[in-house]
Design a protein around this ligand. Sequence first.
Ligand code: ZN
Ligand code: ZN
Length: 371
Amino acid sequence: MMGLPPTMNALRKPYGKEGLELDQVAPTPNEVGPEDVLIKVLRASVCGTDLHIFKSDPSIRDRVAHNQIIGHEFCGEVMEVGEQVTILAKGDIVSSESHIVCGTCFQCTNGQPHLCQEISLIGVDRPGGLAQFVVVPAKNAIKIQGIPLEVASFMDAYGNAVDTAMTVGLAAKTVLITGCGPQGLMAIALAVALGAKQIIATEVSKMRIDMAWEILGKHLQDDSNHSKSSTRKDNILNPKDRNLISNIYELTGGLGVDVLLEMSGHPSAITDGIAALRSGGNAVILGLASDKIELEWNDLVFKGITVHFRYGRKLYETWTNGQMLLKSGLINLESLIHRPYYKLEEFDVAFQTLLKGEAAKVIFTPNTDYV
Ligand SMILES: [Zn+2]
Ligand SMILES: [Zn+2]
């Protein structure tokens, strides 16, 4: 292949060993097939799944082949296109959709490809983007224009938040967002952009509470001390406060919230969220539960709550909506990004920073000529 170095840096997962290894491997670990593109990775980010892989968590450990190149949040420049690829050209900037769908199963052929039964994941089931180069199907390389590279690197994760926030209408609604990790922070920005009249979020970590206020203030274009001066009644609450539910009812005039966006997967966040919902409200669940969840089943029935479970991103409606919101300036994700950026060699520091909860999104620059 023209212009490629003989080897590249890549982060690989040795089976059964904690952490990752930086290795020198061939730059095209999977061949550029007729429907594939070869991407030079300009920015890459890290999501919760990568942290589970890093820790050899039993939830994912056995799915990742020994010495797999990991990473599914990345963007880059198209270096080469397969002979049947017509939608992309050399030089295009693309972001990755991590779910490769089969196109032939019942769901794929009936308008629900995001629920494909033969799904394969970039950076889990095949080599990923925490490397200098990566090969993906062209249909998983989404052309990006007018979005900063660092944000373009985590469009896949942002897509989860966009899909969740757009499941039911948020305009003029009171919205409870449980958990202010990256998904919750993006949901706060989206709830403002989509017209929520009141946003209440829950979070334990002091750093994340500060980030939640920052992203809320930025999207409300309110530089003053928002909690004191605004006529809005937004708030970030600590879920460990035993008055949490009564505080939420008080903030919503005794009614409860119209919509729950559950972004954490924490069992108590889910039960608290349901308890705080008004009768006839909507619960939208993205978080994967870290444990078994006990629910007051009759509360769900008597309240007439509608529950929506979300997985992945709608192909490609979510990508279109997410890009429009960013390009219009309604969404600004800069405050999620940890600085400085990392070289692949610095992976251990970057992953530890995330594991300690000191950053929402870290950014890698795998090709140093593109820093
Ligand atoms: Zn992810
Ligand atoms: Zn399918």
